[in-house]
Design a protein around this ligand. Structure first.
Ligand SMILES: [Mg+2]
Length: 309
């Protein structure tokens, strides 16, 4: 198959078709028609073999995750996902790999009604770049920069599972391995939560590099500080069955790859959250991230998030 046949067979044919796509794959540009009174949100992420995933990761999981990390950024902004482009660099034309990759990719894309509207295929070391686009009502998108002193800090679901799943080590109890590996390979973008937070949260971010690093971005951009109680961090039964509580706390703070949302809410709006998310602390006037136990004792573990450079 040549490049055009591959794109048609493995990608265009699998994609859902949206009414707001005026022109899709096959021309120099795609043309889309965002709804009136909505603003457009655009994000991109690259996954490189050996850097973001192990070379032996299943192609279907790579397809799923490469879109999930982008949709997670849209979720953090409260956006409704709509379109994506894909730039794929492949060492060789491997049709089995392409079939599995596209199966994982479109499993997630079709669930959120995201249409593939363009892309590019090149030869080289395995790397996947997706650009995801979505929309939200004008001036209602969430930002990192709007946290206010007194806000309560919440996180969704549990933290640290993906970082432990990546290790896939023999120390993990067999009954929990599948759960932890799925948390690493198939993160669930919190799209519905993000949309719900438009009217409730002051600031929001998705946790990709670890809670400490990503909450740090909210603090820097909002010019505030925070107190977080490390023994309030939500840890799964699978995590606690596999490592000590202290190691679990370290994974939750620094492990990364969670793709859960961290958000801040004024206390008088907290009752509007209709699902029990975990309150882990509060925003303060004191610059920096103050990590403590609930008995006020200082937490002395490290707090370095994942950094590429
Ligand atoms: Mg992000």
């Amino acid at each position: 198959m040549n490049e055009f046949a591959i794109i048609e067979h493995f990608f265009n044919a699998s994609s859902i078709k949206r009414k707001d796509v005026v022109l899709g794959i096959g021309d120099d540009c795609a043309i889309v028609q965002p709804p009136p009174d909505q603003e457009l949100l655009i994000t991109t992420d690259t996954l490189v073999s050996g850097v973001h995933f192990l070379p032996d990761m299943a192609a279907s999981d790579i397809g799923f995750k490469s879109l999930a990390v982008n949709l997670s950024d849209l979720a953090a902004k409260g956006a409704e996902p709509a379109w994506m482009t894909l730039a794929l660099t492949l060492p060789k034309n491997d049709e089995t790999w392409l079939k599995n990759f596209s199966t994982g990719l479109f499993e997630l894309a079709n669930r959120y009604h995201v249409q593939l509207i363009g892309g590019d295929l090149t030869k080289g070391p395995l790397s996947i770049t997706i650009q995801a686009m979505g929309f939200a009502p004008k001036n209602q998108s969430l930002r990192r920069s709007n946290a206010k002193p007194g806000d309560l800090i919440y996180v969704s679901n549990t933290l640290g599972d993906a970082a432990l799943g990546l290790k896939n080590s023999m120390t993990i109890a067999k009954t929990y391995q599948d759960f932890l590996i799925a948390r690493h390979c198939r993160p669930e973008p919190r799209i519905e939560l993000g949309k719900q937070l438009r009217d409730i949260a002051h600031a929001s971010i998705d946790i990709s590099d670890g809670l400490a690093a990503d909450l740090g971005h909210i603090l820097n951009m909002s010019h505030v500080g925070a107190t977080v109680y490390v023994d309030r961090l939500p840890l799964s039964n699978a995590l606690l069955a596999s490592v000590s509580r202290e190691e679990g706390i370290a994974l939750a703070l620094n492990g990364g790859d969670d793709y859960e949302l961290c958000f801040t809410v004024a206390p008088d709006k907290a009752h509007l959250l209709n699902t029990p998310y975990t309150c882990i602390g509060k925003i303060t006037n004191q610059p920096g991230l103050d990590l403590r136990y609930q008995d006020e004792k200082k937490y002395n573990g490290t707090q370095a998030g994942y950094k590429h450079f």
